[in-house]
Structures are given as C-alpha cells and as structure tokens.
Design a protein. Structure first.
Length: 140
C-alpha cells in the first residue's frame, strides 16, 4: 500500500533507522508522531503556544506524506480507510491549534498507537484492522 520511497521519506522526518523494512519504518514513524503529540500536550500545559504549533505542524507534515503515499490502485478498501483516517487526523491536528485542547492530543496519540500496533502486527504477519476514530465515519 505504501511505496517504499514514500515510507522512507516519512521515516526520514523522524530519523528512523536506515536499512529497516518499510513496515518497521512505519512503526518508527508512528512512534515519532506519538512523541511529538506528547510534547505538544506538554507545551499546551506550559503555555508554549508556538512550540505546540510547531510540533503539530511536524505531525501534520508526516500525515500528509503518509496520505500521499497510499496506493489506491492496489490498496483497495484498506487504502480508502487509511485515507479517511488521515483526513480525520489532519482535521484533529488543526483542532489542537484552534482549541488549545490537550484532550485532542490524547485522542490522537491513542489512535496513532492503535495504527502503530497494527503495523507491528503486519510486520509479524498477523492480520490487522484499520482503527476507526471516534466520531468519524469511514463510509463514503
């Protein structure tokens, strides 16, 4: 579903280990996004609005790369679901900055952890379901 070069491009944003498999890189990318959102959450509590904005923009850039690298021709329903999920993430990242709400950081960290765990399962060969964000519809 993800071309190797696109997964690698996203991995470079978080310094994923060179030479790892594309799926392992995706796991690292998701870990990086979760870490950035945790930092953004701390920035909200500390009143560091510029830092929060910078951190959420970094996560949004990675979400954009992941969304653009979806292979809709071969990814089928999973690619469609991931596309909708990434759109939802982008909206909620914007909401963090509009509302300065740490609860949204918590929500996105949980959803990204579900997705990361799914990629870990893929790396191990187990089937995985794409998580549905609360309040989001995956229907067209």
């Amino acid at each position: 579903m993800y071309p190797m070069k696109s997964a690698a491009a996203a991995a470079q944003l978080y310094g994923a280990a060179a030479g790892t498999s594309p799926v392992a890189e995706l796991v690292e990318v998701h870990d990086g996004m979760i870490a950035k959102l945790a930092e953004a959450r701390r920035a909200i509590f500390d009143g560091r609005i510029e830092d929060r904005l910078h951190l959420t923009h970094k996560v949004a850039a990675v979400v954009d790369v992941l969304q653009m690298s979806l292979d809709h021709a071969h990814g089928g329903e999973v690619a469609e679901h991931l596309d909708r999920l990434y759109l939802y993430f982008a909206k909620r990242l914007s909401d963090i900055n509009l509302k300065n709400d740490p609860a949204i950081c918590d929500e996105l960290m949980a959803r990204l952890a579900e997705l990361r765990d799914g990629w870990r399962a893929v790396a191990g060969g187990a089937p995985v379901a794409v998580p549905t964000p609360a309040g989001a519809s995956l229907s067209a």
